[in-house]
Design a protein around this ligand. Sequence first.
Ligand code: NDP
Length: 320
Amino acid sequence: MSIDTVKLTVKLNDGSVMPALTIGTPWTEEEFEKLPGVLQAAIDNGFRSIDTAWYYGSEPTIGKFLKDLFAKGAVKREDLFITTKVWPSLWDRAELSINKSLQDLGLDYVDLALQHWPVCYKGTDSNGLPKNPRDSNGVLQFDENGDFVTTYKQLLELKARGLVKSVGVSNFTQAHLKRAVDETGVVPSVLQLELHPKIPSLELVKYAESLGVKVAAFSPLGSTGAPLLKEPVVLELSTKYSAQPANVVYAYHLLRGRIVVTRTSNPKRIPTLKTIPSLSEEDIGKLDEIGLKDPKRFIQDDWGVGLGFPHWKDKYSWEE
Ligand code: NDP
């Protein structure tokens, strides 16, 4: 039996409804030219949720695509679910960040705004540039007087003003979630984090879900090069369920009520996203076992060092 992903939705804790399978967007210039073709394929195949961020630089391209899409008349703004994020270089200027995203996207609201990281930088200009301020030795300039909860509080204010419909966070540990909730009394609607069978993060997911946060898995295939698709257990389940390996990995999340944010530069892959196999509980457990035995994160940048994520290596002493 297979399950139609286009119809899968999750209900957020503020009542909003989000499509569960979300199309991620790239952060490198060379991939931007392929993006309209990918997004058109996504729309043609029924997908309505797009994930972007001020940091990626993809928002002007998406804005132009949306303008053309709305002009054709078949899809309206309210049919789409658009997520953006506020980067640490604008940690105390969430309004500026969201306004820039809205301007580039050509929208007057986003459906979901995420705090990209619980991190504060100093030494940026009035536009939040450079995106990652570094000293002459390449060391990131963190603002030791900055408080990451400020960004979350500012996003909640923007929600009250209607610029963003829902507020969530990304790359938060349990401790970050706890502080954000304790200090505001408001539970984020979504926690977006690197999540796949190599890093199942079962405790963090359980904690977030116990608060009423919906969990969104980014880099579900292990990011560029899709390393998860080479895992023997994934390949075994792919054969067992006559499903593509990627769809086994998407099912691992979607069948548990999570959101999946995945990316492709190839429009031909989009129709393959439309169904997932109905994995048994036992087989989902087998996928967890991959990372419980031999965990690995694929997204590790120096702004995440010291935040408290397990299996996070210090980039400067990385030994592969
Ligand atoms: P994914 O795990 O989605 O992997 C994308 C890679 O997998 C691409 O190289 C793509 O190549 C390849 N791929 C996709 N489908 C298949 C397939 N069926 N078979 C083989 N290869 C495939 O990772 P991302 O890191 O891109 O994460 C997805 C999205 O999550 C991002 O676009 C972004 O929106 C979000 N994100 C959020 C972060 C955060 O901090 N909040 C951090 C990172 C990502 P190809 O182009 O050839 O299809």
